[in-house]
Design a protein around this ligand. Structure first.
Ligand code: FES
Length: 247
């Protein structure tokens, strides 16, 4: 299989970037997209050229490291799929495939396809956890959680923090990410003692990091590989006023 990759090359945050074309032969349609980039990098190494920097870790849709724009869509042409879960069979012989990094001012480009998503880490640091006094753990069966609430919390917890929601939003809003990380804890009894503070601190950090405002276009929900619902944002906003009053 032969395709032409047009890949964003940028030496560092301040350098001027550009799309560079690479004709790549010898690909298999069974290769994952990242394996195809590995193949291209091996060719570049043999030619003594600089390899393309891109992020990855698990390569199975869990860690959220591998996000790039492929032909103008976050994580490529399929819904509910990360870049590492995409295979070359999704493209045709002779295709031109444009690969770009996430584009958002809160995610500065580090090099080529790698962006700095530490703004997400700083939002999590403001309350994306629960604190509990040490001692004997409460009997699990004594903490009643309805199936509806448990399912809803688990759905929000599926967020892998890849940043596709920010990159695909015309406002570069981090509302879907932040809402998912707040809600999966605030829905459960364990998250209740710190619920108001968590919501206020994490949304304040989101604003501090210069993410844009959410205008409910719904693009984030469509491109989210973990299928996080935009209803999480509505729930976060609805609880914000209460948190302001009682937080
Ligand atoms: S490499 Fe972990 S989600 Fe893609």
């Amino acid at each position: 299989m032969k395709v032409t990759f047009k890949i964003w090359r940028q030496e560092n945050t301040d350098a001027q970037g550009e799309l560079k074309a690479y004709e790549v032969d010898g690909l298999s349609e069974d290769m994952s997209f990242l394996e195809a980039l590995d193949h291209l990098n091996e060719i570049l190494v043999l030619k003594d050229e600089k390899v393309i920097a891109f992020e990855h870790d698990c390569r199975e849709g869990i860690c959220g490291q591998c996000g790039v724009f492929i032909n103008g869509r976050a994580h490529g042409p399929h819904n509910n799929t990360t870049t590492c879960q995409l295979h070359m069979r999704s493209f045709k012989e002779g295709d031109t495939i444009v690969v770009e990094p996430w584009r958002a001012s809160s995610f500065p480009i580090v090099k080529d396809l790698v962006v700095d998503r530490s703004a997400f880490d700083r939002i999590i640091q403001q309350g994306g956890y629960i604190t509990a006094k040490t001692g004997t753990a409460a009997e699990a069966n004594a903490i009643l959680v309805s199936k509806e609430v448990s399912d809803s919390a688990m759905d929000a917890a599926a967020c892998i923090g890849c940043g596709a929601c920010v990159a695909t939003c015309k406002n570069a809003s981090a509302a879907l990410f932040t809402a998912a990380k707040i809600n999966h804890l605030n829905k459960l009894p364990q998250g209740q003692p710190e619920a108001h503070r968590r919501l206020l601190d994490m949304t304040a950090q989101m604003e501090f990091e210069n993410f844009g405002s959410c205008t409910f276009t719904g693009a984030c929900e469509i491109e989210c590989p973990a299928d996080i619902s935009i209803s999480n944002i509505a729930e976060m906003n609805a609880r914000y006023v209460k948190a302001k009053l009682f937080g």
